[in-house]
Every structure is written in structure tokens, then in C-alpha cells.
Design a protein around this ligand. Structure first.
Ligand code: GLY
Length: 364
């Protein structure tokens, strides 16, 4: 497997995804994207990632730039707010950051989305790179330039498409990831098999113990395959006008459950439950067999993901799904499977069909 995967935007080279097993090549990679060097660097991270990896990253950068500062946020979705972005703007202004400088997002999806959003708006846009440290951010959120924050309980309501200059993936960081966080990433990994590549779905079925034991070569193959699928999708449809929406498989109901559970369940867990619900809709339409649905549920369980939730009402979840931004003409744009490995949008589910599918993933 190559360790560089170039991503194009509008048919031109835009940035590399660089696969590494340490942070040792970071400085070299920064020189590749800007040979005359960035002046100042701000590493944005959270209070958990800070403890594990901030020093390693700083060690590769210190003494090589005029100034390297850090900005630490509180870990978790609750930080994904405009008020936190303001604090970052203040930090950058206090240190006279200009367009010659660089932001580095060191962390999971929240840090990546927020740093990218800040980069897209500070001085009308300065460069940023992604160093994703969770499985979910390595296989999904760091690629494709979606940036933003939540707003008044609505996920990712304010944001911009803004491409990073580099995605630097150090796969060795996954060794310290909690079982829960690893599982959350696996939700998105399984999603790629469902929507795009049934052979990859079989690979995930056949390699459960290697993947759970974080076998280096199997994990690298898995991450590379996901990044390559995401690359293909965002190159064809960078602004989510067509097939990028396939990546929302499991997300419409998943986001609604995430909101109704007041973000107590993690995003990847809600996506897993949402995928079961969306697959159930495909079963009801006769596109997917009941066995395939049971098979997906087994696979999610093997990867320590939930397939049901409780203590919320199906009606509330439906209402929240309707306020999700993936609506067209007041109809929910649902991503379903026309077969395993192939997604399609479907807009014509009745409320009764949707309530039935939501109830299927709510206990009691
Ligand atoms: N995470 C979904 C997307 O990038 O479109």
C-alpha cells in the first residue's frame, strides 16, 4: 500500500493524505506543502489528546518555526460551539497570527471540524492541516473539508467547506484509543462497506479479531481502504450535491438519536443504531434480506457497537430527524441500501414507515 494518497478538488491536486506510524515525518511534510516555511504554528487539541500526543508533535516542530503555540479545548461534542471558536480567534489575534501561519488540528472530529472552521474564517482563511487521532477522524471527518460547529442543539449547523493542506495519519495513535472510541470509528468503517464496497464489508467480517487486536497491517489496510473510498466520493462530489450524501447512511436517524439523548451517546454509536434503522427500511422495501440485516447487527455487536437505544420516544426522534438539515422540500432525504455495497437516496417514506423503523431500534 502506498503511504501517500493524493486528493483532488475540481480535478486538480488539492492535498495529500499521508499514512505514517509516528510523528517523525511531520516537519518534512510541512516543508513539502510550503517550502519557504510557515512562520507561526498554532496546534489546536483537547485536554485528553494533549496528555498523550501533544509533546510528541511539539518535539517535531519546536525550534523550527518562529513561534509554536498550543490551544487546548475541553474534549467532547459539548465544546463544538461558536464561543469556543471565539476563544481560538482571540488566541490567534493575541499572537499576531497572519495568513503566513498555520493551524494544526490534533485530535478527533470535534477538534478537526472546529480548527478547520476557525481556519476558514480567520482573516478570511488561513492554512490548516489535520492530524486525526481517533479512528473516526482518520477514516472520515479529517478528509473532504467539512468544517463547522453545532448551533442551538443542531449538529454542524454553522460551517464551511474548507480543504486542509494535509491530512497526516499516524496509525500508531490508535493503540491508546479507548474500546468505546475505537468502536465509534468502526461504525463509520462498516458504513463504507455497506454503501460502497461489499468486498470490504466481507473483509470486516473476516478480520474481526485482527482488527479488534489492532494488528498493524490489517488496521493499515482497513484505514487506507476507507480513506480511498472517502477520497473517491469527495472528488466526485465535494459539496454534497449528489453521492457525498451516501456518507450520511445511518446519520439522519443517528443524529436525531444523538440530539434526543442529549449527546450522552457518542456519534459513532448513534450512527450504528441509525444504520440498523436505515437497513430495516431497505428490508421493508425488499431491497435487502432479513438475513443481511441480522448480519449487520451481528457485525456491529462484534465491534462493540449498540444496535438499539432506550428512554427516548420514536415520535421525538422522527421530529428531530425532520429538523436535520438533510431535508429537501420538507421531505427527509434518506440514504438507504439498494443492495449491500450500494447506497441510494430515497425521499418517499411515509411517517408511519419511518416511525416503524425508528421504533425498531428503541427498546421497550
Ligand atoms: N462525514 C461525512 C462527510 O464528510 O460528508
Amino acid at each position: 500500500m502506498p503511504n501517500i494518497l493524493p486528493v483532488k478538488y475540481e480535478d486538480k491536486f488539492c492535498y495529500n493524505i499521508n499514512f505514517q506510524s509516528s510523528f517523525n515525518k511531520l516537519y518534512e511534510s510541512l516543508i513539502e506543502i510550503k517550502p519557504n516555511k510557515y512562520d507561526k504554528i498554532c496546534v489546536v487539541t483537547d485536554d485528553i489528546v494533549e496528555k498523550y500526543y501533544l509533546d510528541d508533535v511539539l518535539n517535531t516542530l519546536n525550534d523550527k518555526f518562529n513561534l509554536v503555540i498550543t490551544h487546548i479545548m475541553t474534549n467532547g461534542e459539548k465544546s463544538k460551539q461558536l464561543s469556543e471558536i471565539e476563544k481560538l480567534y482571540e488566541e490567534l489575534i493575541n499572537h499576531n497570527f497572519s495568513r503566513k501561519d498555520l493551524l494544526i488540528a490534533l485530535g478527533g472530529g470535534v477538534v478537526g471540524d472546529m480548527t478547520g472552521f476557525c481556519a476558514s474564517t480567520y482573516l478570511r482563511g488561513i492554512d490548516f492541516i489535520q492530524i486525526p487521532t481517533t479512528l473516526l477522524s482518520q477514516v472520515d471527518s479529517s478528509i473532504g473539508g467539512k468544517t463547522g460547529v453545532d448551533f442551538k442543539g443542531y449538529k454542524n449547523m454553522i460551517g464551511a467547506f474548507y480543504m486542509p493542506k494535509l491530512v497526516y495519519i499516524n496509525t500508531s495513535v490508535l493503540k491508546t484509543l479507548s474500546k468505546e472510541q475505537f468502536a465509534c470509528g468502526m461504525g463509520e468503517v462498516i458504513k463504507y462497506g455497506c454503501i460502497w464496497d461489499s468486498n470490504f464489508y466481507d473483509f470486516l467480517k473476516n478480520n474481526v479479531s485482527y482488527i479488534l487486536n489492532k494488528d498493524d497491517s490489517v488496521l493499515e489496510e482497513m484505514i487506507y481502504t476507507c480513506c480511498d473510498i472517502k477520497r473517491q466520493v469527495v472528488e466526485i462530489d465535494p459539496k454534497e450535491e449528489s453521492i457525498r450524501s451516501y456518507l450520511n447512511f445511518g446519520h439522519t436517524i443517528g443524529h436525531a438519536i444523538e440530539k434526543m439523548s442529549d449527546f450522552k451517546l457518542f456519534h459513532g454509536q448513534c450512527v450504528a443504531i441509525g444504520m440498523v434503522s436505515a437497513m430495516y427500511l431497505s428490508v421493508k422495501k425488499g431491497w435487502i434480506s432479513r438475513n443481511q440485516l441480522d448480519d449487520l447487527k451481528d457485525l456491529l455487536i462484534k465491534y462493540n457497537l449498540p444496535i438499539k437505544t432506550s428512554d427516548i420516544s420514536a415520535k421525538d426522534v422522527l421530529l428531530a430527524s425532520k429538523s436535520d438539515k438533510k431535508m429537501e422540500n420538507q421531505k427527509i432525504k434518506f440514504i438507504v441500501l439498494e443492495k449491500l455495497g450500494k447506497a441510494m437516496p430515497y425521499m418517499d417514506f411515509s411517517d408511519d414507515e419511518l416511525l416503524d423503523a425508528i421504533s425498531y431500534v428503541i427498546e421497550g
